[in-house]
Design a protein around this ligand. Structure first.
Ligand code: V47
Length: 389
């Protein structure tokens, strides 16, 4: 139900958001100045109401999730980003690099209902090109039907360098070996200032955008992210979103935007706080309002925490990601969320938010809509985690 516009504008005028409700109601694009006003305003409730309006216009009451597994195939990494707790040098304690056989074994024993494997990892130039093709082949050999969503732009950049071939040729070979789409990571925040300060060895915004453009033009769908809560300014957050929106205008290749809240534990910048629940909700709502050309906004529960992910379903998000298992990047950085959820735990979160659980595949095609109730408990394969963080 839409609230009267004049009441929304009256409130917006008092909370620094004047004119934004009218633009949202009229389906007009928000400007960078609007983006900044939204980050500066403490009226997260109004942002949530507006973002919910957009979300309901696009998706009604549906809340998507998928049944997926994570394989972080190596933590070897030469980027040494200050925000990362996952990276290791090969000789460090806890360093690992899975062989193709281990990837195969991981998938073979994984939840048989999983429709997606999410494979992202560190970057180590000594891994040869054949390794990447072999882990894709191993995943498909173990689970021929599974959708392989793998490699952030940072990994793709390294794979292209290692292969020594043009991007399109590499993409064709990765596709042949089993790659189906790509996640959104590696963008961090596009600010060159923050990159120099915290991740100078990682590619800059220009290369990230160039790769994403090439990948979309090739025909792969990807997601996009923003890692927030480090030392970026609010202007830099808006600039990041504006760059994503501009690329989406060109290519239409992004399926979903995933705002990633910085987890400080065990990182080089652990003096910074984990973003507050309100900041996490604000980031979801602003993503929905500003990125008017990206169909979905994901509340990635692993990193948001379950209570905030559930609230996000009322404030702009239409997707909870998946059941997940074996996620290491956030858990190494102190995430207190469970290792995985089963369908019923996800349905509970969604139904309590007044939404309808719909299982999707990676490309957002509907697999099952649960109007008639939840699946029987015996269909749930993985144990349910606690619903608190
Ligand atoms: O690129 C690393 C981020 C990303 C930390 O596309 C951190 O559906 C917070 O991209 N605190 C990888 N964030 C994960 C990723 C992702 C996750 C879930 C779904 C999708 C999707 C993509 O994780 C990295 C980096 O931006 N990251 N360390 C940290 N301490």
């Amino acid at each position: 139900m839409e609230l009267p516009l004049d009441a929304l504008e009256e409130r917006a005028a008092a909370t620094g958001l004047r004119g934004i409700p009218s633009k949202v109601r009229a389906g007009q694009r928000l400007s960078p100045a609007d983006g900044l006003a939204m980050y500066r305003s403490d009226d997260v409730a109004l942002l949530g109401v507006l973002a919910n309006e957009v979300r309901e216009r696009l998706h009604g009451d549906v809340a998507f999730y998928n049944v997926n597994i994570h394989v972080n195939y190596t933590n070897w990494c030469n980027k040494f980003c200050d925000f990362c707790a996952f990276q290791r040098r090969p000789k460090d304690d806890g360093a690992y690099c899975m062989s193709p056989e281990q990837v195969h074994a991981e998938l073979a024993k994984a939840n048989p209902e999983a429709t997606e494997v999410h494979m992202v990892a560190g970057v180590w130039p000594a891994l040869d090109y054949g390794y990447y093709l072999d882990i894709l082949r191993a995943a498909k050999a173990a689970r021929p039907e599974i959708h392989v969503k793998a490699f952030t732009m940072v990994e793709i950049d390294q794979i292209v360098k290692t292969a020594g071939k043009p991007l399109a040729e590499v993409l064709a070979e990765l596709q042949e070996a089993g790659l189906d789409s790509m996640p959104g990571g590696g963008a961090e925040v596009f600010s060159e200032r923050v990159r120099q300060e915290l991740y100078p060895k990682k590619m800059g915004a220009e290369r990230w955008i160039e790769l994403a453009r090439g990948i979309h033009e090739f025909g792969f769908r990807t997601n996009c992210t923003m890692l927030y809560g480090m030392t970026e300014t609010l202007e830099e957050r808006v600039d990041h979103l504006a760059q994503l929106r501009a690329l989406q205008d060109e290519t239409g290749g992004f399926q979903t935007y995933v705002p990633l809240a910085f987890h400080p534990a065990n990182t080089g910048i652990d003096h910074l706080p984990f973003p507050s629940p309100l900041d996490r909700l604000r980031s979801i709502a602003i993503g929905r309002l500003f990125l008017d050309n990206i169909p979905h906004v994901k509340a990635y529960w692993v990193m948001l925490g379950l209570p905030v992910a559930q609230l996000a379903l009322a404030m702009g998000s239409d997707d909870l990601d998946g059941t997940v298992s074996q996620e290491k990047i956030y858990h190494d950085a102190g995430a207190g969320t469970p290792e995985q959820l089963d369908r019923l735990a996800i349905h509970k979160l969604i139904r309590e938010a007044g939404r309808l659980p719909v299982e999707r595949d990676t490309l957002y095609r509907v697999l099952r809509s649960f109007e008639d109730g939840d699946p029987a408990p015996e269909r749930a394969v993985a144990p349910a985690g606690p619903l608190e963080v």
